[in-house]
Design a protein around this ligand. Sequence first.
Ligand code: 5GP
Length: 236
Amino acid sequence: MMKQPIYEGKAKMMYTTDNADELLVYYKDDATALNGLKKGTIGNKGTMNNKISAFFFNLLSQHGIAHHFIRLVSDREMLVKSLEILPVEVVVRNISAGSLAKRIGWEEGRKMPQTVVELYYKDDDLGDPMINHYHIRALGLATDEQVHAMEEMALKINEILSAYLLTKKIELIDFKLEFGVHKGQVLLGDEISPDTCRFWDSETKQKLDKDRFRRDLGDVEEAYKEILRRLTGEEL
Ligand code: 5GP
């Protein structure tokens, strides 16, 4: 397979393949937080996020969600459909935490009376500011139909993941999704992992996600391992 790097992000690298419709994603151990201000590595993160994301994409396939994942290629690599990424991040929240808790002045861990969907402008230089439908229209970031598709898919994904995770005694607090267009269709892209979701143990409320890195809580690698173990039974 011909491999040309086309993009290096904070946690992943993308390579072309000999098929113009497909890209190879390589998951790194690098971790950043606070918009790149805090840098580090998390042992085996690349391997674990590759496997965890593959698991979630396969679960979503069973429920009819269209996404970019094709198949795993190695411990750290997956083959995906090439996307024109829409520069809008979609965050779904079930329980107050993180920036929402700060913005509305709630303590973390309170159930939201309704699911909250937020949109952010995917732009590192600006620090991914929150935006609304008017900004998206004014800047031409996505069409109204695409925004509608992203929001509907995000809410459905929330239902599927929340219900499944509860069977593994994991509460889905919130998560961030990215979407792109492939042959005219809006597909879920990026990854679904402890880097992009908040996962709490449903009984102990222990954090099993990247907040352990962001907040220097320790046992970061163990948290990712625990998620992989509960989902796939795999011990790393
Ligand atoms: P918050 O806005 O509270 O910082 O994040 C909300 C949720 O979206 C969390 O699950 C967080 O992991 C995810 N999230 C939001 N923005 C980003 C981002 O730029 N990178 C990553 N990895 N996750 C994000």
